[in-house]
Design a protein around this ligand. Sequence first.
Ligand SMILES: Nc1ncnc2c1ncn2[C@@H]1O[C@H](COP(=O)(O)OP(=O)(O)OP(=O)(O)O)[C@@H](O)[C@H]1O
Ligand SMILES: [Mg+2]
Length: 242
Amino acid sequence: MTSLTEPLLKVTSLSCRYGKVTALRGVDMEVNSGELVTIVGANGAGKTTLLRTLSGVLPRYQGTVFFAGEDITTMAAHRRTELGICHVPEGRLMFAELSVADNIMLGAYAHRNDDKWLKKGSDEVYELFPILKDKADDPAGTLSGGQQQMVAIGRALMGRPKLLLLDEPSMGLAPLLVADIFRVVRKLNRDGITCLMVEQNAKAALKIAQRGYVMETGSITMGATASELLANEEVRKAYLGH
Ligand SMILES: Nc1ncnc2c1ncn2[C@@H]1O[C@H](COP(=O)(O)OP(=O)(O)OP(=O)(O)O)[C@@H](O)[C@H]1O
Ligand SMILES: [Mg+2]
């Protein structure tokens, strides 16, 4: 049964392996409905692996994942998308030859027969990113990195996310665009989308988040409010550059 106080996402003792390499070791974490939670950690800590395990593109080895009170531990990726778990993957993963509009529409697969949503959702995406409307017919591969990141977010929004998983949305972007992307993520969260965001740009990410986790070699080593993490001496030294 789903109770009001239950987290939207609850992960218990989650482990994941690539062959003999253990990439996640007993991860416990949760995201409450309406929250924006960020995960910080060094290269190779297991952040991408965690998101991929949550969206179901990677099988878990041990542990459980509950979403809105339902055990989704072994549920297929496409069914998780239908439940509203939508993933903006690391590196954006566009179909470079397909148009911007078609890339965005791919995210609506679970709602492909809902004409009303297809119109409303794409209107919302183009309102959020007006530049994409001008480029709707261009091949996605011709867009700048920042514009491709917008397409990747737009594509995930077409899935009507209840939980948006964002993997390094600011990666490789110029500082002004980084600020734009964080502004968009904050807006989406304020508009009611629960977000779990992985970011190397830890300071900016923690500034818009309510809570955060620190990940080291496959484990969560710290979990606290964003302001506590921003003020924490060890976190500052290791991830915030001072
Ligand atoms: N396909 C794979 N096959 C084998 N090992 C992998 C694979 N993908 C990742 N790993 C290993 O799993 C560990 C976690 O990788 P992961 O990509 O999840 O880290 P990350 O925290 O996202 O790093 P980054 O900040 O560089 O994106 C690393 O040791 C990595 O080498
Ligand atoms: Mg990664």
